[in-house]
Write a protein that binds this ligand. Structure first.
Ligand SMILES: *Cc1c(COP(=O)(O)O)cnc(C)c1O
Length: 413
């Protein structure tokens, strides 16, 4: 073994020793409630396909049609010659769905966060993050060069303390520069608050109305990542922002197309100037080949399905399953009815063992560990989808009860 591989093997061993080693598991079936891994078919409670659209005939047909009409690849980035009709249709559908002036799609949610945050902020600005925001937002914040401040999860007091601090800095700066308390707009440093609406690993909700009030009071901008809320909340299923009624005051609404929407990609919805500016400056948008036409077409079909009566029925079905799980067990998210239900275990190795024991029972629920969550916060992350049946939920509850490692975790909730 050469020096390079020896070094990496040593690092991998260290991960194993901490219970943090990860492996890809090959799945030989489409996404759905039953997936085959190796020789076993498992009942799947791990995907973000909340509405069961990833394998839906409607989305498959849309993707097939797009391949027939526009081919397999997109040829170039959007600004060169890759801005195909399916991308424009998707963005029109997204703006219509979210009720915003405009929308822009990216190849992934990760690329969406990186491109958007780095476009809007630079080294003189401040970004204020909820402690539990997704890794892509953390990475984007670092890459932007902005000053990063983190507030305790969903803690409005902590957030306000930080916002007051940012204002103080701004006033001092303007005083030294001009001798007055009036700041020239081009010199003013910006503050951007970023939160998720439904948090990916805890399934709880941000107090959006209160955060909006704070950002108005302290003159900050707000970006809300609706990755796990789009399609599931609000009268028109736009997300938790819609339910909060504060959509009009949120500058940047982000989301993904690979979760409830059933396809892949990410999006920003907002004002026309925001979208035009991103087209001009977002590097992950500009310097990257456009998503394949099939992905855009499947996402458009997903968005339109969500807006339809069938989409409303599908959401109802999801919340029926969530209610069944809540009523048959102590497993619930106390604060929000959510398809994401964490079963906190703590120790990494014990979480992995619990996941393996469930797999023995034919149930697939992954152990989520550092760095996805903090060290010592390992958990099973259960996700329920609309296409699970009531019987599936009963099978899950029975399996959870039979795993000794889980009994205390479940009872403690
Ligand atoms: C999944 C996720 C992303 C990233 O989206 P991808 O399309 O998977 O790259 C961003 N934010 C949150 C909260 C997510 O859960």
């Amino acid at each position: 073994m050469n020096h390079f591989d020896r070094e990496l093997t040593g690092r991998l061993d260290a991960l194993r020793a901490q219970g943090l080693h990860r492996e890809l598991r090959r799945v030989d079936t489409p996404q759905g409630t039953r997936i085959r891994i190796g020789s076993r078919t498992l009942l799947n409670f791990s995907s973000n396909d909340y509405l069961g659209l990833a394998g839906d005939p409607l989305l498959k047909e849309a993707a097939i049609q797009a391949v027939e009409k526009f081919g397999a690849g997109s040829g170039a980035s959007r600004l060169i010659c890759g801005s195909l009709a399916p991308h424009h249709e998707l963005e029109e559908a997204l703006a219509n769905f979210k009720g915003t002036e405009a929308a822009l799609s990216f190849s992934t949610g990760y690329a969406t966060a990186i491109g958007t945050i780095c476009t809007l902020l630079g080294k003189d600005d401040v970004i204020v993050l909820d402690k539990l925001v997704h890794a892509c937002v953390v990475d984007a914040a670092r890459l932007s060069g902005a000053k990063i401040r983190v507030f305790a999860h969903n803690d409005l007091e902590d957030l306000e303390k930080i916002l007051k601090w940012t204002r103080r800095g701004e006033l001092c700066e303007s005083q030294t520069k001009s001798g007055t308390r009036v700041t020239h707009p081009s010199e003013r440093r910006q503050t951007l608050i970023v939160t998720e609406s439904v948090f990916s690993m805890d399934g709880d909700a941000a107090p959006l109305r209160e955060i909006v009030a704070l950002k108005e009071k302290h003159d900050a901008w707000l970006m809300v990542d609706e990755a796990h809320a789009t399609g599931l909340y609000g009268k028109n299923r736009r997300g938790l922002v819609e339910e909060s009624g504060a959509g009009g005051q949120i500058e940047i609404q982000m989301g993904t197309l690979g979760k409830a929407v059933g396809a892949s990609g990410g999006y920003i919805c907002g004002s026309r100037p925001l979208i035009d500016f991103l087209v001009n400056r977002a590097r992950s948008f500009i310097f990257s080949t456009a998503p394949v036409p099939a992905a855009a077409a499947a996402a458009t079909a997903g968005v339109r399905f969500i807006q339809s009566k069938a989409g409303e029925d599908r959401r109802k079905q999801l919340f029926e399953r969530i209610n069944e799980l809540n009523s048959q067990s102590a497993i619930r998210n106390p604060q929000l009815k959510s398809a994401i239900i964490p079963v906190l275990i703590g120790d990494e190795t014990r979480a992995v063992a619990a996941s393996a024991a469930l797999r023995e029972q034919g149930i697939f629920v992954p152990a989520i560990r550092y760095p996805t969550v903090a060290r010592g916060q390992a958990r099973l992350r259960l996700t329920v989808t609309a296409i699970h049946t009531a019987e599936d939920i009963s099978l899950l509850v029975a399996a959870l009860r039979s795993v000794r490692n889980l009994q205390s975790a479940i009872a403690n909730e």
